[in-house]
Design a protein around this ligand. Structure first.
Ligand code: NDP
Length: 329
């Protein structure tokens, strides 16, 4: 094992998602069993004590692939020479807090992070934003780091794809691996659209395998959209473990070639594909060659899908207009 280590920054490293995510990365789940990693764990100063406890636990796991840990509250140190930046940290929405307020609070965090990534990261850095509202936070960081190509910025919607796949698999009575081609369109919010028209089960259209249009249109879409809330109600805590697992899945999907004929969902900077406003960070079906991604073109969208996609695009346009002052002209 003499490969050069990959440096991975994780913000909000002492948070709930961090607690599930770091151990998966260090064990090799993200970059494979032969690839050493160095973790740059970024936290705000009040969380450094808790972060120190996590560093001790990482040590005690004796992961052979973990070549180093850099715990810090300094963004310049944290993003120094990183190849991947996983932007997980953020202020959670509190009861009674308006969406606009959350956009403003978290949006400001992403200005500084975008600038620090541009200044310090490795020339091949790729960035995945998880902290919510992740699409718009990604848009803010990306616009504050004009030196980092737009094709390297992502926001996570894989968790929605995974949630959609398991619901379809359970309904059809098949293993989840049989569900493919599940595109999530738009914003990681309750307006995102899990596109069952283009999805397949065992290579057949979902609409042939599950011939229950009402269940697909209503129950399925609503269950996927409300899954996060249902988990909070049941557990009293948010869905951190499945979010962390989706982070691993997203990075793997972007760093390994996509299976022939399939795709994966992730939000990327729109180039206008499917008529979406350019510059919005919008979830699309994408394919990867292991290094670069491309948006899958030419999928057919019926009126139902178009209406859902327009609604989620409108929400993203509105979010972007609410944070206009955070985007450099
Ligand atoms: P979590 O680790 O649970 O969540 C972090 C972010 O991920 C939040 O924005 C959250 O959004 C989002 N998220 C949570 N669950 C999911 C999911 N299932 N799918 C997609 N996204 C999800 O939050 P904690 O509060 O436990 O930890 C946050 C950490 O960030 C803390 O350690 C804190 O110190 C740090 N922090 C860093 C800041 C900075 O960098 N300046 C500022 C504030 C905090 P949602 O709220 O919608 O659940």
């Amino acid at each position: 094992m003499n490969r050069k280590p990959i440096h991975i920054a994780v913000t909000g490293a002492a948070g709930q998602i961090g607690y599930s995510l770091l151990f998966r990365i260090a064990s090799g789940a993200m970059f494979g069993p032969e690839q050493p990693v160095i973790l740059h764990l970024i936290e705000i100063a009040p969380a450094l004590k808790a972060l120190n406890g996590i560093v001790m636990e990482l040590e005690d796991c004796v992961f052979p692939l973990l070549d180093g840990v850099v715990p810090t509250a300094d963004l310049n140190e944290g993003f120094k020479d990183v190849n991947w930046a996983l932007l997980v940290g953020g202020v959670p929405r509190k009861a009674g807090m308006e969406r606009k307020e959350l956009l403003g609070i978290n949006g400001r965090i992403f200005i500084g992070q975008g600038q620090a990534i541009q200044k310090n990261a490795a020339s091949d850095v790729r960035i995945l934003v998880v902290g919510n509202p992740c699409n718009t936070n990604c848009c803010i960081a990306m616009n504050n780091a004009p030196g980092v190509p737009r094709s390297r910025w992502y926001a996570m919607t894989k968790i929605d794809e995974n949630r959609a796949k398991i619901q379809l698999a359970k309904k059809a009575g098949v293993n989840v691996a049989a569900v493919t081609n599940l595109a999530v369109w738009g914003n990681h919010s309750s307006t995102m659209y899990p596109d069952y028209f283009n999805a397949k089960i065992g290579g057949r259209p979902v609409t042939d395998v599950i011939a229950n249009r009402e269940w697909l249109e209503k129950d399925f879409v609503a269950t996927v959209q409300e899954r996060g809330t249902a988990i909070i109600e049941a557990r009293g805590l948010s869905s951190a473990a499945s979010a962390a697992s989706a982070v691993v899945d997203t990075v793997r999907a972007l760093t390994t070639p996509t299976r022939k004929g399939d795709w994966s969902s992730v939000a990327v900077c729109s180039d206008g594909s499917y008529g979406i406003e350019k510059g919005l960070v919008f979830s699309y079906p994408v394919r990867s060659d292991g290094r670069n991604h491309e948006v899958v073109q030419g999928l057919s969208l019926n009126d139902f899908s178009r209406a859902k996609i327009a609604a989620t695009e409108n929400e993203l346009k509105e979010e972007k207009s609410l944070v206009a002052e955070l985007l450099p002209k």
